[in-house]
Design a protein around this ligand. Structure first.
Ligand code: HEC
Length: 100
């Protein structure tokens, strides 16, 4: 029983930590929901990370700022430069701009 519980917990932790790499042709929205929503919320309202939606600081920042935050990481946010291709980063920025 204990062992089963431990295995179940280990699986949950592993599945949570390993969100995987989005498909090469994933849309900005799919990438956002897969990699970003757990900290910035599916509706961009924020959580562990700041809000990214309309009226947020991110909405008034230049694309370059977002690009650097996403690829190099920022504070407690991990870097995604090794996970996402340049085009995927642009698609995610496009998605944020659309929602802002
Ligand atoms: C582990 C949680 C976490 C994940 C996952 C995450 N972020 Fe963040 N993000 C943060 C935190 C925390 C900050 C604030 C960093 C700071 O300024 O100290 C932040 C900051 C940002 C900023 C800068 C906002 C501003 O106005 O300063 C942008 C843009 C951003 N994240 C976009 C994304 C995108 C896009 C993704 C997915 C590719 C993502 N984040 C994934 C936690 C996360």
């Amino acid at each position: 029983m204990r062992v089963r519980l431990a295995l179940a917990l280990a699986f949950v932790v592993f599945a949570g930590a390993c969100t995987g790499v989005p498909a090469e042709d994933a849309t900005g929205e799919e990438i956002y929901l897969q990699l970003c929503a757990r900290c910035h919320a599916p509706d961009l309202s924020g959580g562990l990370g700041p809000a990214l939606g309309p009226g947020s600081a991110a909405a008034s920042r230049p694309d370059d700022f977002l690009r650097i935050a996403i690829t190099r990481g920022r504070g407690r946010m991990p870097a995604f430069g090794g996970v996402l291709s340049d085009e995927q980063v642009e698609r995610v920025i496009g998605y944020l701009r659309e929602r802002q």
